[in-house]
Design a protein around this ligand. Structure first.
Ligand code: SAH
Length: 344
């Protein structure tokens, strides 16, 4: 029988497990703290447990611990890109970004992705599997342990579609924000989705106050479908209604992400259509000059075009930012690190 991954268990589940071993419930809390606050990776480090209990735990359970395969450090801004190996040999990438407001880790939610966005490297080889809660948590834990720094923000914006791994995503969000864990404020957690409507609506009703980021990339249905095949499943109006519902349930302002691609979605008409779609909404628009992916021929608009696009929307009263490129000197776009490594 396969061993239980103790790091994927929440506090109640861990308590049940130790009680089934004939231990007192507080042992569950102790183990939880070792795993999620002190970030240990072995039972032997849990020094306030008896040797006998540690051995029994090792018999029935295991502790997920990701192995860093490569770490690239940007000389420009201190960004660190990690390629981690999972226990089954699969790889995921995670990024630490240092901002003035704190350290932010971008994590992957799946190995690969099946959404097929035309400009994204993560989806080129399809979906391999979902990540467990422990594998999502440990991306943050290993980076925190490696740098010795506190992580204040987590964005689920790496490889994968989080709504396609919904149960594990929600468990991850609860555990990373829980008091007995790293206790990262839910307001500092962001989930980015390509627009899976049922997932957005369900997340709105979890009683969480995490930020939703919607990958929009086009203001018109057909144009959006051309960039994001997964958009065929949901009318843009339905996606926006789901976002409005998310805002009304959580009070959290939605972030719309718009990757600017030269000659594809960066015209004056595109800006006008975007305004028509978002105008009057209490939201945040994040413009991302597309990261060129070698397998695709998308390129960034010229600097002046980007600025003009931003100004146009700003003048209409929309809250717009241009995403600052981090770690430009260490690697290309999302999902390329893992792919290049696999090719070598
Ligand atoms: N599947 C989720 C989260 C992962 S992608 C989603 O679609 O939101 C995270 C963000 O990076 C998305 O907004 C995605 O569209 C964007 N992205 C992917 N490849 C990109 C590229 N080459 N350049 C710019 N943004 C990209």
């Amino acid at each position: 029988m396969s061993k239980t991954d103790l790091k994927s268990l929440n506090q109640e589940e861990l308590q049940e497990l130790v009680c089934a071993l004939g231990e007192k419930p507080y042992r569950g809390r102790q183990i939880y703290t070792w795993l999620h606050q002190r970030l240990v990776t072995s039972f032997d480090e849990m020094t306030d447990l008896s040797r006998k209990l540690r051995e029994r735990l090792a018999d029935i359970g295991m502790i997920t611990a990701l192995e860093p395969v490569t770490v690239q450090v940007s000389k420009e801004d201190g960004t660190r890109k990690y390629l981690f190996a999972l226990a089954d040999g699969n790889m995921v990438e995670s990024v630490l970004m240092r901002y003035h407001h704190g350290n932010s880790v971008c994590i992957s939610s799946q190995v690969g992705c099946r959404m097929g966005c035309r400009f994204c490297a993560s989806t080129l080889d399809g979906l391999v599997r979902n990540l467990t809660p422990a594998e999502m948590l440990d991306q943050v834990y290993r980076i925190s342990a490696d740098t010795g720094e506190r992580i204040s923000h987590v964005v689920v914006m790496g490889t994968g579609e989080p709504m396609d791994n919904y149960q594990n995503l929600v468990k991850f969000l609860r555990m990373i924000s829980g008091e007995q864990g790293l206790h990262i404020s839910q307001r500092n957690l962001t989930v980015s989705t390509c627009g899976i409507v049922p997932g957005i609506r369900q997340l709105a009703q979890e009683g969480l106050s995490v930020t939703l980021a919607l990958s929009l990339h086009a203001a018109e249905q057909k144009q959006r479908e051309g960039l994001m095949p997964a958009a065929r499943a949901y009318a843009l109006t339905e996606v926006l209604k789901a976002c409005a519902f998310y805002f009304s349930c959580t009070g959290r302002r939605v972030t719309y992400e718009y990757a600017l691609v030269a000659g594809v979605n960066d015209s004056e008409e595109d800006a006008a259509a975007l305004y028509a779609l978002l105008g009057g909404q209490n939201c945040h628009l994040n413009l991302i000059p597309v990261n060129p992916v070698s397998e695709r021929d998308y390129v960034q608009p010229k600097e002046a075009v980007i600025r003009n696009f931003k100004n146009k929307l700003e003048k209409c009263g929309i809250n717009v930012t241009i995403r600052r490129e981090m770690g430009r000197d260490i690697d290309g776009a999302c999902g390329q690190l893992r792919k290049r490594y696999a090719e070598r």
